[in-house]
Design a protein around this ligand. Structure first.
Ligand code: PEP
Length: 257
């Protein structure tokens, strides 16, 4: 099995004003003077907090990401931020196509345009996919996820695919306290890797990172992160509580055998 780095990514969503974000960033920087070998830590604050968080975590081994991005470089796009703007504020990653944004109208075509723009600018896209409870119960999870991945990666070259991170986030598990079982999460992540293998190659499929997200916390992280096709977590609620987030990072560092 290839030695993929485990990425533990916090999605702060629309939480924390500037002062609160500074406090949380300080607490994380203090709690994480170093991170375990083979583990990378990322926080994705609201756009308004990015500069503040960047200043606070600069000396810590914590990367910075945005929760969204726009595909155009500049111009009359009120409320949006371009890849270069986010990079200039210190971001190296961006979440794209989170189900909460898709619920606000973001389409697979939008997700694809954002992924391509991020790659072009040198940001690492974390492209989210996931099924609803109805889709799972109808037995169409694999087809749905495969379609989201194919559409989201449309036009991504063989050279760039390894820089894409895919986050599997079952919608029924996000913010609900209802986590996919390790087996359920593994099954879909394995399928995602198979889709990448078909679209690209076995080598690329082995190299790409696939995260699980959906009510991951300090209690369930170890088992989820021990799955062979799960290369980290995208964490909402628990990333707002430093002790829990640090516990998840420690869980990523546990030997599995
Ligand atoms: C998320 O925001 O991507 C997420 C998985 O949230 P939560 O951990 O709160 O379910």
């Amino acid at each position: 099995m290839p030695n993929r780095t485990l990425l533990i990514a916090g999605n702060w969503k629309m939480n924390n004003d500037v002062a609160e974000a500074a406090k949380l960033a300080d607490e994380l920087a203090q709690a994480l003077p170093e991170v375990p070998a083979g583990v990378e830590v990322l926080v994705c604050p609201p756009t308004i907090d990015i500069t503040t968080v960047h200043d606070r975590i600069q000396a810590a081994p914590i990367a910075l990401g945005a929760q969204n991005v726009y595909w155009e470089a500049k111009g009359a796009f009120t409320g949006e931020s371009s890849c270069d703007m986010l990079k200039s504020a210190g971001c190296t990653y961006c979440i794209i196509g989170h189900s909460e944004r898709r619920a606000m109208g973001e389409t697979d075509a939008d997700v694809n345009a954002k992924v391509l723009a991020a790659l072009e600018a040198g940001l690492v896209p974390i492209m989210c996919c996931g099924e609803t409870l109805e889709q799972r119960e109808a037995g169409i999870t694999d087809e749905w996820i495969a379609m989201q991945i194919k559409l989201g990666l449309n036009g991504v070259s063989e050279e760039k695919i390894r820089r894409v991170i895919i986050a599997y986030e079952p919608i029924w598990a996000i913010g609900t306290g209802r986590t996919a079982t390790p087996d359920q999460a593994q099954e879909v992540c394995e399928n995602i890797r198979a889709v990448v293998r078909k679209l690209y190659s076995s080598k690329n499929a082995r190299a790409i990172s696939i995260l699980y997200g959906g009510s991951m916390n300090d209690k369930n992280a170890f088992e989820l992160l021990a799955q062979p096709d799960i290369d980290g977590g995208l964490i909402g609620g628990a990333s707002l509580v430093p002790e829990k987030f640090v516990e998840i990072i420690n869980a990523a560092n546990q030997p599995t055998a």
